[in-house]
Unconditional design. Structure first.
Length: 428
């Protein structure tokens, strides 16, 4: 599945019997965004999270392991001892065994945020094989075995669930994460996704010829690629119905793209992928081919949809009950227009929101999107657990939701969850 980023240092590479690659930089570098001259001050983008009194009290994430499951770690060694910790345990579940298989620094940016907020926390990196959900499950299992208390995933894979938190992959992850009430249970943090303007969900509306009606008189949705990169149109629903996606060239009216389908006891999915021609738009039709009509979710990766619905746009993994799901708000305190919204399941979604963009030490331009929101919450959880190592994941999550700043209507809402994440000035 395509998933849509001084003094000389002496480096030692150690191959551990378990296959974990541990890289150590022998000279200690000061944590990113931390001033040795004034250890009671933090930059504004960190202070807005409420961490200053926690750092002042010496609560900086010590004793807590945070795992980042991501697809982009290219060049991570260059950041060790600088904007990342000196030592990171890594494991690749990519079939080639290469943690840096994808040309992306997305996971590094997530780790940069966590290290800036919780500089004494230990980090673990893991990736997986595209189109192989079992390797994602293996990565999560490895994180737990290695002693991680928190797992952060800021990557989405819509077709790995039914769009509403169901499916075999969620069931397997739930067992690994745990219910949150036992020692050793994980706190799993996921981004809400950036699909609010690239998603459609609702019941299938038949035009009496088997095609879905997007709007009165419209059985075609316009797909506009962003650039000259691969686009992926993905539909998922509960088992019982089979749909076909027809992606048409508007000139020739011929079907284009490669279609892949999955119909199992846990979910039904169909995906069409295409390398678009420059300047082209495409037309999308959905046809019911078998079973009874039902509600479905459809997302466009690498492209825009003319007809879309914002509610229910949170994809895998954030649609699952086992994940604490984080959306994004901008400087005005309002939900970023791209930030995906609930409801997606019986559990209120998203849980929280965090501010973006977020400056990072590893690149000159700030990191944005819900990808940058989730690791902020993961890092704050590390501070809380560092302060109270005896707390359960359930209690840490409850503390985060209770101490946040409510936005929008009182209480939980489907756009901003329980509110803007913020730690209290008075440490518990």
């Amino acid at each position: 599945m395509r998933v849509f980023p001084c003094p000389r240092l002496c480096v030692r590479v150690i191959l551990v019997a378990t296959g974990i690659l541990s890289i150590a930089v022998t000279r200690r570098a000061e944590p990113a965004n931390w001033s040795a001259a004034s250890e009671t001050r933090v930059p504004p983008h960190l202070a807005r999270l409420g961490i200053e009194p926690w750092h002042r009290a010496g609560v900086r994430g010590a004793g807590v392991k945070v795992a980042i499951i991501d697809s982009g770690f290219r060049g991570y060694r260059e950041h060790l001892g600088k904007d990342l910790p000196q030592r990171i345990a890594v494991q690749s579940f990519h079939l080639g065994g290469n943690l840096e298989a994808r040309d992306s620094d997305h996971g590094i940016l997530c780790a940069d945020i966590i290290h800036a907020i919780a500089p004494d926390a230990e980090l673990l990196f893991a990736n997986w094989e595209p189109d192989r959900p079992e390797t994602f499950i293996e990565a999560a299992n490895w994180c737990r075995r290695e002693g991680a208390r928190i797992v952060n995933c800021s990557v989405i894979v819509p077709a790995w669930s039914d769009g509403e938190g169901g499916g075999a992959v969620h069931a397997a992850l739930s067992k690994i994460v745990g219910a949150g009430c036992q020692r050793g249970d994980l706190l799993a943090v996921a981004c809400a996704g950036n699909l609010a303007q690239r998603h459609w969900s609702g019941p299938f509306h038949d035009n009496l010829s088997g095609y879905h009606v997007w709007a009165p008189g419209r059985i075609e949705n316009v797909v506009t690629p962003w650039h000259d990169e691969l686009i992926s149109i993905e539909l998922c629903c509960k088992p019982g119905a089979t749909f076909a996606l027809e992606l048409l060239d508007p000139g020739s009216r011929k079907q284009v793209g490669v279609s892949r389908s999955h119909r199992g006891a846990d979910r039904a999915t169909v995906t069409v992928r295409l390398m678009p021609e420059p300047g082209h738009t495409y037309r999308l039709r959905i046809r019911l081919t078998d079973g009874k009509p039902c509600a479905f979710h459809l997302v466009a990766l690498g492209s825009w949809l003319d007809h879309y619905t914002t509610p229910g746009s949170i994809p895998f993994p954030g649609d699952g009950a086992e994940w604490l799901t984080v959306g994004a708000v901008e400087a005005d305190g309002k939900r970023a227009e791209y930030s995906s919204c609930g409801p997606n399941s019986h559990r209120p979604k998203p849980d929280l929101v965090a501010p973006v963009p977020f400056p990072t030490a590893s690149r000159s331009t700030p990191f944005t999107g819900t990808s940058a929101a989730a690791p902020q919450v993961a890092a704050l959880a590390a501070l809380i657990w560092s302060r109270h190592p005896e707390w359960t994941a359930e209690k840490v999550q409850a503390f985060l939701c209770q101490s946040c700043r409510d936005l929008g209507p009182p209480g939980h809402d489907a756009e901003t969850g329980f509110g803007l994440v913020h730690l209290p000035d008075k440490l518990p």
